[in-house]
Design a protein around this ligand. Structure first.
Ligand code: SF4
Length: 294
Protein backbone atom coordinates (compact mmCIF):
# COMPACT_ATOMS: atom_id res chain seq x y z
CA UNK A 1 0.00 0.00 0.00
CA UNK A 2 1.14 3.53 -0.70
CA UNK A 3 -1.56 5.75 0.80
CA UNK A 4 -0.05 8.38 3.03
CA UNK A 5 -2.55 7.44 5.74
CA UNK A 6 -0.66 4.23 6.51
CA UNK A 7 -0.44 3.77 10.24
CA UNK A 8 2.08 6.22 11.62
CA UNK A 9 5.18 5.10 13.50
CA UNK A 10 6.86 7.16 16.19
CA UNK A 11 9.22 9.77 14.76
CA UNK A 12 12.79 9.10 15.74
CA UNK A 13 14.78 11.63 13.73
CA UNK A 14 16.58 14.43 15.53
CA UNK A 15 16.07 18.08 14.74
CA UNK A 16 19.72 18.45 13.86
CA UNK A 17 19.46 15.62 11.33
CA UNK A 18 16.90 17.48 9.23
CA UNK A 19 18.34 19.28 6.25
CA UNK A 20 15.87 22.13 5.98
CA UNK A 21 17.75 24.71 3.99
CA UNK A 22 19.73 23.30 1.09
CA UNK A 23 17.23 21.52 -1.17
CA UNK A 24 15.56 23.32 -4.06
CA UNK A 25 11.81 23.74 -3.77
CA UNK A 26 9.83 21.18 -5.70
CA UNK A 27 6.86 22.37 -7.80
CA UNK A 28 4.29 20.87 -5.43
CA UNK A 29 5.75 22.69 -2.42
CA UNK A 30 6.01 25.92 -4.37
CA UNK A 31 2.37 25.60 -5.41
CA UNK A 32 1.20 25.02 -1.84
CA UNK A 33 3.25 27.98 -0.59
CA UNK A 34 1.41 30.23 -3.02
CA UNK A 35 -1.91 28.81 -1.86
CA UNK A 36 -1.26 29.75 1.76
CA UNK A 37 -1.25 33.51 1.31
CA UNK A 38 -1.09 34.99 4.80
CA UNK A 39 -3.12 32.16 6.32
CA UNK A 40 -4.78 28.95 5.28
CA UNK A 41 -7.33 26.74 6.97
CA UNK A 42 -7.27 23.15 5.85
CA UNK A 43 -9.33 20.50 7.64
CA UNK A 44 -8.51 21.04 11.33
CA UNK A 45 -5.26 22.88 10.70
CA UNK A 46 -4.54 26.59 10.63
CA UNK A 47 -1.29 27.71 8.97
CA UNK A 48 -0.35 31.38 9.34
CA UNK A 49 2.62 33.44 8.23
CA UNK A 50 4.18 35.01 11.29
CA UNK A 51 5.58 37.87 9.26
CA UNK A 52 3.66 39.12 6.21
CA UNK A 53 5.27 37.92 2.99
CA UNK A 54 7.98 35.90 4.73
CA UNK A 55 8.38 32.12 4.78
CA UNK A 56 8.00 31.92 8.53
CA UNK A 57 4.96 29.94 9.65
CA UNK A 58 3.00 28.87 12.66
CA UNK A 59 0.75 25.79 12.74
CA UNK A 60 -1.97 25.18 15.29
CA UNK A 61 -5.39 23.54 15.62
CA UNK A 62 -7.97 25.71 13.90
CA UNK A 63 -10.09 25.76 17.05
CA UNK A 64 -7.11 27.19 18.94
CA UNK A 65 -6.97 30.23 16.68
CA UNK A 66 -7.89 32.70 19.42
CA UNK A 67 -5.74 31.17 22.14
CA UNK A 68 -2.67 33.04 23.35
CA UNK A 69 0.73 31.58 22.46
CA UNK A 70 1.44 31.17 26.16
CA UNK A 71 -1.49 28.77 26.48
CA UNK A 72 -0.11 26.46 23.79
CA UNK A 73 2.67 23.91 23.95
CA UNK A 74 5.33 24.58 21.33
CA UNK A 75 6.12 21.26 19.68
CA UNK A 76 9.48 20.71 18.00
CA UNK A 77 9.39 19.80 14.35
CA UNK A 78 11.03 16.43 14.84
CA UNK A 79 8.51 15.50 17.54
CA UNK A 80 5.38 16.62 15.70
CA UNK A 81 4.57 13.38 13.90
CA UNK A 82 4.60 11.37 17.12
CA UNK A 83 2.85 14.13 19.10
CA UNK A 84 -0.02 14.32 16.62
CA UNK A 85 -0.43 10.56 16.56
CA UNK A 86 -2.57 10.87 19.70
CA UNK A 87 -5.81 12.72 20.33
CA UNK A 88 -6.90 14.80 23.33
CA UNK A 89 -7.81 11.64 25.24
CA UNK A 90 -4.40 10.06 24.53
CA UNK A 91 -5.81 7.49 22.10
CA UNK A 92 -3.71 6.56 19.06
CA UNK A 93 -4.88 8.07 15.78
CA UNK A 94 -4.36 5.50 13.01
CA UNK A 95 -5.31 8.02 10.36
CA UNK A 96 -4.26 11.65 10.47
CA UNK A 97 -7.31 12.67 8.50
CA UNK A 98 -9.56 11.73 11.45
CA UNK A 99 -11.40 14.72 12.93
CA UNK A 100 -9.80 14.26 16.34
CA UNK A 101 -6.58 16.25 16.04
CA UNK A 102 -5.39 17.15 19.50
CA UNK A 103 -5.62 20.72 20.75
CA UNK A 104 -3.27 22.94 22.69
CA UNK A 105 -0.11 22.99 20.57
CA UNK A 106 1.72 25.17 18.09
CA UNK A 107 4.44 24.27 15.64
CA UNK A 108 6.86 26.70 14.03
CA UNK A 109 8.38 26.37 10.56
CA UNK A 110 10.97 28.98 9.73
CA UNK A 111 11.30 28.27 6.00
CA UNK A 112 9.61 26.42 3.16
CA UNK A 113 11.35 23.13 3.83
CA UNK A 114 10.35 23.15 7.47
CA UNK A 115 6.82 23.91 6.30
CA UNK A 116 6.97 20.77 4.19
CA UNK A 117 8.15 18.69 7.14
CA UNK A 118 5.48 20.16 9.38
CA UNK A 119 2.71 19.44 6.88
CA UNK A 120 4.01 15.92 6.48
CA UNK A 121 3.59 15.47 10.23
CA UNK A 122 0.07 16.91 10.31
CA UNK A 123 -1.40 15.59 7.06
CA UNK A 124 1.05 13.14 5.44
CA UNK A 125 1.15 13.36 1.66
CA UNK A 126 -0.86 16.59 1.57
CA UNK A 127 1.53 18.65 -0.56
CA UNK A 128 1.89 16.07 -3.34
CA UNK A 129 -1.81 15.14 -3.34
CA UNK A 130 -2.93 18.77 -3.25
CA UNK A 131 -0.71 19.52 -6.23
CA UNK A 132 -2.09 16.48 -8.06
CA UNK A 133 -5.74 17.48 -7.69
CA UNK A 134 -5.09 21.11 -8.65
CA UNK A 135 -2.51 20.75 -11.38
CA UNK A 136 -2.88 17.33 -12.99
CA UNK A 137 -5.43 16.30 -15.56
CA UNK A 138 -6.67 13.69 -15.12
CA UNK A 139 -6.27 13.50 -11.35
CA UNK A 140 -4.32 10.30 -10.58
CA UNK A 141 -6.96 8.45 -8.54
CA UNK A 142 -7.29 4.71 -8.10
CA UNK A 143 -10.69 3.03 -7.86
CA UNK A 144 -11.41 0.67 -4.99
CA UNK A 145 -11.56 -2.34 -7.34
CA UNK A 146 -8.26 -1.46 -8.98
CA UNK A 147 -6.52 -0.82 -5.69
CA UNK A 148 -7.92 -3.86 -3.86
CA UNK A 149 -7.16 -6.03 -6.90
CA UNK A 150 -3.46 -5.24 -6.54
CA UNK A 151 -3.30 -6.37 -2.92
CA UNK A 152 -1.57 -9.55 -1.86
CA UNK A 153 -1.03 -11.23 1.49
CA UNK A 154 -3.32 -10.24 4.32
CA UNK A 155 -5.27 -7.71 2.21
CA UNK A 156 -5.94 -9.93 -0.82
CA UNK A 157 -9.45 -10.75 0.46
CA UNK A 158 -10.42 -7.08 0.17
CA UNK A 159 -10.85 -7.53 -3.58
CA UNK A 160 -13.96 -9.65 -2.91
CA UNK A 161 -15.84 -6.63 -1.60
CA UNK A 162 -18.36 -5.79 -4.32
CA UNK A 163 -21.64 -4.08 -5.10
CA UNK A 164 -23.82 -2.60 -2.36
CA UNK A 165 -21.58 -4.05 0.33
CA UNK A 166 -18.60 -2.18 -1.10
CA UNK A 167 -20.50 1.11 -1.25
CA UNK A 168 -21.74 0.71 2.33
CA UNK A 169 -18.28 -0.28 3.55
CA UNK A 170 -16.72 2.83 2.00
CA UNK A 171 -19.49 5.05 3.30
CA UNK A 172 -18.88 3.61 6.77
CA UNK A 173 -15.08 3.78 6.71
CA UNK A 174 -14.67 7.18 5.09
CA UNK A 175 -17.67 9.12 6.44
CA UNK A 176 -17.01 12.62 7.80
CA UNK A 177 -17.28 11.48 11.40
CA UNK A 178 -14.26 9.21 10.77
CA UNK A 179 -12.13 11.05 8.25
CA UNK A 180 -11.96 14.61 6.94
CA UNK A 181 -10.03 13.74 3.80
CA UNK A 182 -11.91 14.32 0.59
CA UNK A 183 -12.26 10.99 -1.20
CA UNK A 184 -11.55 11.31 -4.89
CA UNK A 185 -11.21 7.59 -5.52
CA UNK A 186 -14.29 5.77 -6.65
CA UNK A 187 -16.46 2.82 -5.76
CA UNK A 188 -19.61 1.92 -7.74
CA UNK A 189 -22.84 3.18 -6.20
CA UNK A 190 -21.35 5.98 -4.11
CA UNK A 191 -20.52 9.56 -5.09
CA UNK A 192 -17.09 10.95 -4.31
CA UNK A 193 -16.79 13.52 -1.51
CA UNK A 194 -17.23 17.26 -1.72
CA UNK A 195 -14.86 19.72 -0.04
CA UNK A 196 -17.82 21.23 1.82
CA UNK A 197 -18.65 17.97 3.58
CA UNK A 198 -15.03 16.95 4.13
CA UNK A 199 -12.08 19.29 3.54
CA UNK A 200 -9.45 20.23 0.96
CA UNK A 201 -7.15 17.40 2.06
CA UNK A 202 -7.32 14.92 -0.83
CA UNK A 203 -7.52 11.15 -0.60
CA UNK A 204 -6.47 9.56 -3.89
CA UNK A 205 -6.57 5.89 -2.96
CA UNK A 206 -7.84 3.68 -0.12
CA UNK A 207 -5.78 3.72 3.07
CA UNK A 208 -4.82 0.83 5.35
CA UNK A 209 -7.80 1.39 7.64
CA UNK A 210 -10.19 1.29 4.68
CA UNK A 211 -8.64 -1.90 3.36
CA UNK A 212 -8.71 -3.49 6.79
CA UNK A 213 -12.38 -2.62 7.10
CA UNK A 214 -13.12 -3.91 3.57
CA UNK A 215 -11.45 -7.17 4.41
CA UNK A 216 -13.49 -7.42 7.62
CA UNK A 217 -16.81 -6.88 5.80
CA UNK A 218 -15.90 -9.65 3.35
CA UNK A 219 -15.00 -11.89 6.28
CA UNK A 220 -18.27 -11.13 8.09
CA UNK A 221 -20.21 -12.16 4.97
CA UNK A 222 -18.13 -15.30 4.51
CA UNK A 223 -18.79 -16.39 8.08
CA UNK A 224 -22.54 -15.84 7.58
CA UNK A 225 -22.42 -17.93 4.38
CA UNK A 226 -20.55 -20.72 6.15
CA UNK A 227 -23.18 -20.84 8.87
CA UNK A 228 -25.85 -21.35 6.22
CA UNK A 229 -23.79 -24.00 4.40
CA UNK A 230 -23.16 -25.92 7.60
CA UNK A 231 -26.90 -26.19 8.21
CA UNK A 232 -26.75 -24.08 11.36
CA UNK A 233 -29.92 -22.29 12.37
CA UNK A 234 -29.88 -18.93 10.50
CA UNK A 235 -29.46 -15.96 12.82
CA UNK A 236 -32.47 -13.92 11.88
CA UNK A 237 -34.47 -11.53 14.02
CA UNK A 238 -37.57 -9.66 12.98
CA UNK A 239 -37.17 -6.39 14.84
CA UNK A 240 -40.08 -4.27 15.92
CA UNK A 241 -39.62 -0.51 15.39
CA UNK A 242 -39.19 -0.03 19.14
CA UNK A 243 -36.51 -2.71 19.30
CA UNK A 244 -34.71 -1.03 16.43
CA UNK A 245 -34.88 2.33 18.20
CA UNK A 246 -33.54 0.83 21.42
CA UNK A 247 -30.65 -0.68 19.50
CA UNK A 248 -29.97 2.68 17.85
CA UNK A 249 -29.97 4.38 21.25
CA UNK A 250 -27.54 1.80 22.63
CA UNK A 251 -25.26 2.27 19.63
CA UNK A 252 -25.31 6.03 20.11
CA UNK A 253 -24.15 5.58 23.71
CA UNK A 254 -21.46 3.12 22.68
CA UNK A 255 -20.17 5.54 20.03
CA UNK A 256 -19.50 8.13 22.70
CA UNK A 257 -17.35 5.77 24.75
CA UNK A 258 -13.59 6.09 24.59
CA UNK A 259 -12.96 2.47 25.57
CA UNK A 260 -9.66 1.42 23.94
CA UNK A 261 -11.39 -1.77 22.83
CA UNK A 262 -13.27 0.36 20.35
CA UNK A 263 -10.21 1.96 18.84
CA UNK A 264 -10.61 2.91 15.24
CA UNK A 265 -8.16 0.51 13.61
CA UNK A 266 -9.26 -2.56 15.57
CA UNK A 267 -12.06 -3.92 13.41
CA UNK A 268 -11.97 -7.21 15.33
CA UNK A 269 -13.51 -5.42 18.30
CA UNK A 270 -17.34 -5.46 18.38
CA UNK A 271 -17.07 -1.91 19.77
CA UNK A 272 -15.05 -0.67 16.82
CA UNK A 273 -16.66 2.65 15.76
CA UNK A 274 -16.95 1.59 12.12
CA UNK A 275 -18.68 -1.65 13.12
CA UNK A 276 -21.13 0.33 15.23
CA UNK A 277 -21.69 2.70 12.32
CA UNK A 278 -22.31 -0.27 10.02
CA UNK A 279 -25.03 -1.67 12.30
CA UNK A 280 -26.52 1.79 12.76
CA UNK A 281 -26.72 2.34 9.00
CA UNK A 282 -28.34 -1.07 8.52
CA UNK A 283 -30.97 -0.25 11.15
CA UNK A 284 -31.61 3.15 9.55
CA UNK A 285 -32.00 1.50 6.19
CA UNK A 286 -34.60 -0.91 7.58
CA UNK A 287 -36.50 1.91 9.27
CA UNK A 288 -36.42 4.06 6.13
CA UNK A 289 -37.71 1.23 4.00
CA UNK A 290 -40.94 1.60 5.94
CA UNK A 291 -41.19 -2.01 6.97
CA UNK A 292 -40.62 -1.00 10.56
CA UNK A 293 -42.62 2.20 10.72
CA UNK A 294 -45.07 2.38 13.55
S1 SF4 B 1 -9.51 5.87 2.48
FE1 SF4 B 1 -11.19 6.86 3.54
S2 SF4 B 1 -10.64 6.72 5.73
FE2 SF4 B 1 -8.80 6.33 4.54
S3 SF4 B 1 -7.79 8.32 4.34
FE3 SF4 B 1 -9.06 8.06 2.52
S4 SF4 B 1 -11.02 9.03 3.00
FE4 SF4 B 1 -9.91 8.71 4.92
Amino acid sequence: MQNSENIAAPETSRQSDLDTTSAKLNPALEFFLNEIGERKEIAQLLVQRRTPGADDFEFRHLEDEKRAESELETVLLDQAQFYLSFNDQGAFRPIKGAPDMRHGWRLLAKNAHELELALQAVYPGLIADYYAVHQMDPIPVTSYDEFAGRQTGMYRNAKNLKGDRAAQAVQTACGPSFCMKRRYWTVPGLDTDSAEVKSEVPCLEPCAVMLEWGRKVVRMDQIADKCVESGAEPMTWTLTPDEAKSLQAAIDIARKQTDPAGRTADVASPLNPRRLEWVSQTLNHLLEKGAMRE
